[in-house]
Design a protein around this ligand. Structure first.
Ligand SMILES: [Zn+2]
Length: 311
């Protein structure tokens, strides 16, 4: 069995301006590292298709999908960027990128459920986990993981899926969409307090939120995960596991102050894989979220993908 690697050149066309940390070079750094370390041979590389609008509507309100599409089309036609919030800027290439990013997550979900591959990693941008049902924010436009999870449930007929989010920022958008949807269990770690300053009090009983103080390092975080995520995941018995794979909790990443390193991402992926192997036939779809130090991002993605691919 293999690991699919979904990406698309359009994901590089989303450009929020010089100096913005969520930049096209993030994908180049990942690609270069995987190629130069011989990991490409272990991956089934696939072009991300455009998402079906009906899939967007399973996680977002129809009003929001329509409004965002209108804005992104205007920006594309005018050639002039527009800020949706102070950090989230639509550029002429953004429409193409958001459709590929969400399309990658859905296509990966189908490929894994159909048994074409065991698991998949989506090297896509923009990220998604801050996008709520009704709003873009925090570098995110559509919530790629929530869209894919709802596709697995509503279209593919799965009954229970887990979402694991290890980005340094709280996945407020995903929580907004899936809180109290009992078909989904979301487990996460995030630095607290830190943008978006949510997550301290979970919005639903299907959320396992682990707020972590700044400057916490890997060993303590591993203990918290073992004690809090694992029993809930075991009891939930997910039929598929989605990962919001942000790598900005790395100690070299300046957007947060947590102290994870590559070995911690390897360990977390092994724990996620153990749950998926036991309950979900190994089915994992992982989507890139944050990670802004290019070197640390590339090395951490490689550690994550090595475990997924078993190499
Ligand atoms: Zn983040």
């Amino acid at each position: 069995m293999t690991t699919a690697y979904y990406s698309h050149p359009d994901c590089r066309r989303h450009d929020m301006g010089r100096g913005h940390p969520e930049c096209p070079q993030r994908l180049d750094a990942i690609d270069d590292y995987l190629l130069s370390h011989g990991l490409n041979d272990a991956l089934d590389r696939r072009d991300a298709p455009n998402v079906d609008p009906a899939d967007l509507g399973r996680a977002h309100s129809s009003g929001y999908v329509g409004e965002l599409r209108d804005v992104l089309e205007q920006v594309q036609v005018s050639g002039r960027s527009a800020a949706l919030d102070p950090d989230t800027i639509a550029s002429p290439g953004t429409l193409a990128a958001v459709l590929r990013a969400a399309g990658a997550a859905v296509a990966a979900t189908d490929a894994v459920i159909d048994g074409e591959v065991e698991n998949a990693f989506c090297a896509v941008r923009p990220p998604g986990h801050h996008a709520t049902r009704d709003a873009a924010m925090g570098f995110c436009f559509f919530n790629n993981v929530a869209v894919a999870a709802r596709h697995a449930l509503d279209v593919r007929g799965l009954e229970r899926v887990a979402i694991v989010d290890f980005d340094v920022h709280h996945g407020n958008g995903t929580e907004d969409i899936i809180a109290n949807d009992d078909r989904v269990l979301m487990v996460s770690i995030f630095q607290h307090p830190l943008y978006p300053y949510s997550g301290g009090v979970p919005l639903g009983t299907n959320m396992v939120n682990l707020p972590i103080p700044p400057y916490t390092r890997g060993p303590e975080i591993r203990e918290l995960i073992e004690a809090n995520w694992m029993p809930r995941l075991e009891a939930f018995r997910p039929q598929m596991v989605f990962v919001s794979a942000g790598f900005d909790a790395h100690r070299e990443d300046d957007l947060g102050q947590l102290g994870l390193v590559e070995a911690d991402y390897e360990w977390m992926t092994l724990r996620i894989k153990a749950v998926a192997d036991r309950h979900a036939g190994g089915r994992i779809v992982s989507c890139l979220e944050g990670g802004y130090n290019l070197g640390a991002l590339a090395r951490s993605v490689a550690a994550h993908v090595r475990v997924l691919a078993g190499v």
